[in-house]
Design a protein around this ligand. Structure first.
Ligand code: PLP
Ligand code: COI
Length: 341
């Protein structure tokens, strides 16, 4: 199979249309078999549930080319599980989890020519998503849905790759205590757009959201969880019921403990404690681990000792081990890597 003529090394995090996408429809209480199609357009009624009341959930995952030339995905079963939880919270039918993984693998296989080569620094981003497709005008769940999987080759989420980011403590809230912060619903991202545009205007790369109820504890950013390293070398990540349970973060905790022999813990992290941290990073499928060099809290600067030129040493070890597992140069824990055949 010949690869597409793409400048892999200079890809940003954007949409590049690939050849195939998977589509399945839910009607009369059941999902159809689904097909791969070359048609990248979605045609739905003007009054579709997703257009009126934002009934949509999604996932984000990647396909990697390993050092020995295989194409693999990372823990797709966990994306399937999280999408089921997201759908349930928005009163949407669950797309069966085994069929989710099958659809993802099939779509990647069909777009093999777009999977960036090993060592290029790029990956194939995979976006499964689902939305209410029939007309809804009274506020209620749709009765018909479409599940789709699209793929697009991507480079680093943050321009500048591994250059440490400057973020600000944000006054806007991302998620209410008993709201939808823990699921991957489009609505969580729509409401973050004003905050991120404003952050960029003020010269910041991202927003640090705090818990909405007390404005005391670190939650997450608009598209990634936080990971901190304490001055005594412990990896800590925020525990909260209103943040997305990041698959990258859960994997990194295990990597820290089992591969690097570090203490790692999920616990509440007061903003007040951040000034005592040694390293900070943003972790997620798109972000991988992007280092944070500076956090600005209403004019007060918190400068991480790891500085503004490179990743902190422990963050770097975590990054190298995780990407080594994903690219097949480090042995993965059982079940983490699923080959696309
Ligand atoms: N938090 C938010 C708000 C996200 O959008 C993402 C991205 O998926 C993450 C965290 C990281 O999650 P994961 O590691 O599962 O990609
Ligand atoms: C991901 O990391 O997959 C996400 O969905 C985050 C988004 C900001 C691109």
């Amino acid at each position: 199979m010949e690869k597409k003529n793409i400048d892999w090394a200079n890809l940003g995090f954007g949409y590049v249309q690939t050849d195939y996408r998977f589509v399945s429809n839910f009607k009369n209480g059941a999902w159809d078999e689904g097909i791969l199609t070359e048609d990248a357009n979605v045609v739905i009624n003007e009054c579709a549930g997703v257009l009126q009341y934002a009934q949509t959930v999604f996932e984000g995952m990647k396909a990697y080319t390993t050092a020995d030339g295989k194409i693999v995905t990372f823990r797709p079963d966990l994306n399937a599980e999280r999408m089921a939880q997201s759908a349930a919270r928005l009163e949407m039918p669950v797309f069966p989890q085994d069929k989710f993984v099958e659809a993802v693998l099939k779509t990647i296989k069909a777009n093999e020519a777009y999977v960036p080569p090993y060592g290029s620094g790029a990956t194939l981003y995979v976006r499964p998503y689902m939305f209410g497709s029939n007309p809804v005008i009274g506020v209620k769940p749709a009765e018909e849905y479409q599940f789709r999987v699209l793929t697009t080759p991507v480079g680093p989420y943050f321009k500048g790759g591994v250059k440490p980011l400057t973020i600000r403590v944000c006054d806007f809230d991302r998620a209410a205590p008993n709201g939808t912060g823990h699921i991957k619903a489009g609505l969580n991202y729509a409401m973050s757009l004003h905050a991120i545009v404003d952050a960029h205007k003020q010269g910041y790369d991202e927003n640090m959201y705090l818990d909405a109820a007390t404005k005391t504890y670190v939650e997450e950013t608009g598209g990634a969880n936080f990971l901190f390293v304490t001055k005594d070398g412990k990896v800590v990540t925020p525990k909260s019921k209103s943040i997305l349970p990041s698959i990258t973060r859960r994997s990194l905790i295990q990597v820290a403990q089992e591969y690097l022999g570090l203490e790692a813990e999920e616990r509440v992290i007061p903003l007040e404690e951040v000034k005592d941290m040694a390293e900070c990073g943003l972790c997620g499928t798109a972000a991988v681990i992007s280092p944070v060099g500076k956090i600005v809290d209403h004019g007060k600067e918190i400068c991480l000792p790891s500085g503004m030129t490179e990743m902190g040493p422990i963050t770097k070890k975590l990054y190298e081990t995780l990407t080594g597992i994903q690219m097949g140069t480090i042995k993965a824990p059982e079940g983490w890597i699923v080959e696309v055949k």
